[in-house]
Design a protein around this ligand. Structure first.
Ligand code: NAD
Ligand code: TYD
Length: 354
């Protein structure tokens, strides 16, 4: 079968990647979507059951840190575009193990950039899209927003590794003329997020009546974006964004952690038929995260005005949908927390180019 375009998505078995892959495979039957993922603890092919048998979808297991493997993959497939999401993504893990973030997020990104540079001829019709985070801009005070020109000021090993990869993607654009686009997005939430991040962790803990560890005073602020809105923004930017540009993506949806946790507790009480207020009793203030950024907030005006994208879901609705998804998908939650899916898929796939 011949396709109009072949697109490499990296990290497509992860939280955001799986929603993006499903969107692209379903919306563009004339594109061949190749999903490259190492299936770390955060990656899970169960997230992609809905598309695994489609003719325009292929999964490849592999490591972006392995430069020979990445080169071979680019020699085997004539990719028209790369949408690069594969990363180590959790701030707390970056504090205990920075090196795996340096390897995957920085070295892995450079391996992909080099493979694109060496295999893409005169770059005509090609595009390298780096999916990044608002955390590269550092921390805000009580007021103000991150815009695309906000100077970088990363403060955790995670955000420093993402800032570094953003800089390298831009450097390949300026130095070699590689066609690139970058987006910096706020905190995502929704189905299929590994239960180490705030919202799924707390849903899981509430379900099992375990304590809810709130870092510091709980007044840290994040702008929460429904994950399917992020996937739709990536689609719009990949197709219509201007070469070399950066776009901020946000939810217009700022919450102090403690206020969001209160809403989540109340939604869970309602869904589980528990007495109102009982889940709030699980809240426990614990020692703060080292270097914890106080506030993130995105100004996504450029994306709205230039490309017409806006978020569709506000957080109370989204939180109810998210909580309901986790309650309806108990076996998913149990299997990801026990590593059962990883053991299963480990047997199905070896690291090979196909
Ligand atoms: P995730 O941790 O859920 O998924 C990451 C995926 O990358 C997993 O499937 C994992 O198996 C894969 N992976 C990890 N190391 C790999 C390697 N060496 N080779 C190949 N695959 C590898 O992450 P996510 O939350 O879906 O985030 C995806 C991207 O979006 C990341 O680049 C992240 O920095 C960015 N981002 C995330 C958020 C958020 O709120 N989650 C917000 C803004 C930007
Ligand atoms: P997280 O989901 O780890 O995302 P990020 O650090 O990338 O913003 O955390 C979101 C917010 O919730 C952040 O301010 C840290 C806080 N937090 C807690 O208070 N307790 C927790 O157990 C976790 C995981 C996060």
């Amino acid at each position: 079968m011949s396709f109009k375009k072949t697109i490499l998505v990296t990290g497509g078995a992860g939280f955001i990647g799986c929603h993006l892959v499903k969107l692209l495979v379903n919306k563009y039957p004339d594109y061949h979507i190749i999903n490259l993922d190492l299936l770390t603890y955060a990656g899970n092919l169960e997230n992609l059951k809905e598309v695994e048998d489609k003719d325009n979808y292929t999964f490849v297991k592999g490591d972006i840190v392995d430069s020979a493997f990445i080169n071979k993959l680019f020699e085997t497939h004539d990719f028209d575009g790369v949408i690069h999401l594969a990363a180590e993504s959790h701030v707390d893990r970056s504090i205990t193990d920075p090196m795996s973030f340096i390897k995957t997020n920085i070295v892995g990104t450079v391996n992909l950039l080099n493979a694109a540079r060496h295999n893409w001829g005169d770059f005509k019709g090609k595009r390298f899209y780096h999916v990044s985070t608002d955390e590269v801009y550092g921390s805000l005070g009580e007021t103000g927003f991150f815009v695309e020109t906000t100077p970088y000021d990363p403060r955790s090993p995670y955000s420093a590794s993402k800032a570094s990869s953003d800089h390298l993607v831009r450097a390949y654009h300026h130095t070699y003329g590689l066609p690139i686009v970058i987006s910096n997005c706020s905190n995502n939430y929704g189905p299929n997020q590994f239960p180490e991040k705030l919202i799924p962790l707390f849903i899981n803990n509430i379900k099992h009546r375990k304590t809810l560890p709130v870092y510091g005073d709980g007044k840290y602020t994040r702008d929460w974006l429904w994950v399917l809105d992020h996937a739709s923004a990536i689609d719009v930017i990949f197709h219509n964004g201007a070469d070399g540009e950066t776009y901020n993506i946000g939810g217009n949806n700022e919450w102090k952690n403690i206020d969001l946790i209160h809403v989540l507790c109340d939604v869970m009480d309602d869904l589980l038929g528990r007495a109102k207020g009982s889940s709030r009793e699980l809240i426990t203030f614990v020692k703060d995260r080292p270097g914890h950024d106080r506030r993130y907030a995105i100004d996504a005006t450029k994306l709205k005005e230039e490309l017409g994208w806006e978020p569709t879901i506000q957080s109370e609705d989204g939180m109810r949908k998210t909580a309901k998804w986790y309650l309806d998908n108990e076996s998913w939650l149990e299997n990801v927390t026990s590593g059962a899916y990883q053991q299963y898929y480990e047997k199905q796939y070896s690291t090979k180019v196909s």
